[in-house]
Design a protein around this ligand. Structure first.
Ligand SMILES: O=C[C@H](O)COP(=O)(O)O
Length: 229
């Protein structure tokens, strides 16, 4: 299981270098808020061989806009392009997933496309994470992810229990996909996450000391890495 940490600046990226994957985002623009291309580029230069991910936003149903954002993030140097689906409807989701995957893979077949749905989809009226696996697989994208959409401190486990998350992970594996799980995860959740065994877990608040609007702390990233090894 790999640890993905989400810094919002080059300074925070320096504190995230213990992590397996550095995920550039702009938390002030949403759960999967997109940062500027020059920040992605600078963090990629800092990270060297370490993989860099970039969130491209909590997308509405706008396939063209999402595809262009995904293409921009790939060009800026991201190895993982992470796309949130903040709308409902399997047909519409299929269209957006195909558009972003084509935008990235035509030019960069080696890069990974991550499609995220939200654990708290019911309160937002967006697509269920359980609906996205086959769409992600059919489009040739790589990972299906669950995050929380509203960052009000409620964690992934308040919306989905261990059994549901294990089912999500296993179904993805059967489809040939990898799984990423995130959503106000805490150090106390790490044992359950090890049992669920997704390929990636994503954190920000946990390594900021509990409040994701503050700053990533290197010693907490190191602590999380030690607990996962
Ligand atoms: O991709 C992971 C997210 O940045 C998780 O952020 P969070 O731990 O603050 O919910």
């Amino acid at each position: 299981m790999q640890l993905l940490v989400s810094p919002s600046s080059i300074e925070e990226a320096r504190s995230s270098l213990f992590a397996d994957i550095i995920d550039v985002k702009k938390p002030s623009e949403g759960s999967l808020g997109a940062n500027f291309p020059w920040i992605i580029r600078d963090i990629k230069n800092l990270a060297g061989k370490k993989p860099v991910s970039a969130a491209i936003g909590d997308n509405e149903y706008k396939p063209g806009t999402a595809a262009l954002s995904a293409y921009g993030a790939a060009h800026a140097g991201a190895d993982f392009i992470k796309v949130g689906l903040m709308f409902d409807g399997a047909d519409r989701a299929r269209e957006v997933i195909e558009a972003v995957t084509t935008a990235v893979k035509r030019e960069f077949p080696e890069k990974y496309v991550v499609i995220a749905a939200y654990a708290d989809f019911e309160r937002m009226g967006t697509i269920s994470p359980f609906a996205i696996g086959p769409l992600v697989a059919d489009a040739g994208a790589d990972l299906a992810m669950i995050d929380t959409g509203i960052k009000d401190g409620k964690s992934l486990f308040e919306f989905m229990d261990e059994e549901a998350l294990t089912r999500f992970t296993e179904r993805n594996r059967e489809l040939g996909l990898r799984t990423a799980l995130a959503g106000s995860l805490k150090f106390e959740d790490l044992d359950a996450l090890k049992r669920i065994n997704p390929e990636i877990i994503g954190v920000r608040g946990m390594v900021c000391g509990g409040d994701r609007s503050t700053t990533v702390r290197a010693e907490l990233v190191e602590k999380a890495m030690m607990m996962l090894r």
